[in-house]
Design a protein around this ligand. Sequence first.
Ligand SMILES: Cc1cc2nc3c(=O)[nH]c(=O)nc-3n(C[C@H](O)[C@H](O)[C@H](O)COP(=O)(O)OP(=O)(O)OC[C@H]3O[C@@H](n4cnc5c(N)ncnc54)[C@H](O)[C@@H]3O)c2cc1C
Length: 391
Amino acid sequence: MSTDFRTEVREWLAENCPPGARGPGFVPWGSQKIPLSDDLALWLERMAAKGYTVPTWPKEYGGAGLSRDEYMILQEEMRRIDARPALTGRGVNYIGPTILEFGTEQQKARWLPRMARGEGGWCMGYSEPAAGSDLANLQMKCVDEGDHWRLNGMKTWTSDGIYGDWIFCLVRTNPDVPKHEGISLVLVSMDQPGVTVRPIQLISGASPFAETFFDDAVADKDDLIGPVNGGWAVGKRLLQYERSVHGGVNTSGAQVEQKAESIADIAKKYVGEQQGRIADASFRARLTQLEMNSHAYRLTQRRVIAETESNAPSFATSILKVKGAAFTKERAEVMQHAMGSQGFGWEGPGFSREELAANTEWLTTRAVSIYGGAQEIQRNIIAKRVLGLPD
Ligand SMILES: Cc1cc2nc3c(=O)[nH]c(=O)nc-3n(C[C@H](O)[C@H](O)[C@H](O)COP(=O)(O)OP(=O)(O)OC[C@H]3O[C@@H](n4cnc5c(N)ncnc54)[C@H](O)[C@@H]3O)c2cc1C
């Protein structure tokens, strides 16, 4: 079965993946505010028609109904020809799987097929100024107005806020009960007069990041996911889906894996080469350690995927989130180490594009141990939920 499937997939990819969808580069995440090149638009359309944007989702919701083994084969074959994923983002990876798990039949039918086709980019409305690690402290109000929900308050650190079409928000539907018990998860259109997005400058120079304000914004009555006031459990589950993406073990959505450039090749250019090897022994040792960690991490990801009984993530995703973040940071550091002072350029003619990108990458990776829940919080989860240690 697998051999046939591999052959079928290989042939289909060879015929259908356009040249402009191969190699490193932008992967669409559904935003209607970001135009796609012809090749990327065609790739998305073809992959969606095949169900391959969300390969393990059931066919009736836009997936291909693949088993995990088949999903892994699809991934391998895409990597083999350097095909980019056709779609990524918080729609197919965070809120989609959450609706698949907690949504009503009507919500699944309404939302999942359009997510799978990439019709709308999703933002995440969890954090507030006084609710980050202590997320249950969130204050944004959501009031039942009979035929709709009315929303007032603000969210912060909204990644991609300026390009978002939709946002899923954790909101307070009952202020008079213990804080974890009065929370719900609701889907909100960002294209309405009651929603204002104000960009925040990131350390890396880009600013798709934003504060999002809700002033009498509205949400459809049918768009509250899970029970009213039962959103804490639903919202935590969504975080596990998020962390499984960051940990590289997501099988209920669209795993993004692009080939990283070889640090060894870059290092030879900067550090120098002796008889085909990087000249500096201490750098060689650091790079070897990184490559070994990378290999071990990949094997662990594969083992976790193989051992997980369903496509739903477990608390163990926190382990991969912690290790993955540390590894991503280390990789960026090693790259800068290789480039020396050239790796610290911000702008100007003295630096190549590759060097400027390495610095931006290093700055960007500072955030990986914060978003999706800070490292300390992941360690708390591992201590309590994985190791069973007392509070
Ligand atoms: C690049 C980036 C993108 C993000 N995108 C989004 C997004 O799209 N949507 C969204 O809702 N949020 C987003 N966030 C917010 C992110 O989820 C929060 O920054 C994160 O949860 C930490 O919350 P905080 O910033 O309020 O820090 P705080 O909660 O104030 O934490 C500050 C420090 O104290 C530590 N700390 C706090 N409590 C404890 C504890 N109990 N035990 C031990 N240590 C503790 C933390 O680990 C951290 O080191 C993003 C953040 C970043 C950096």
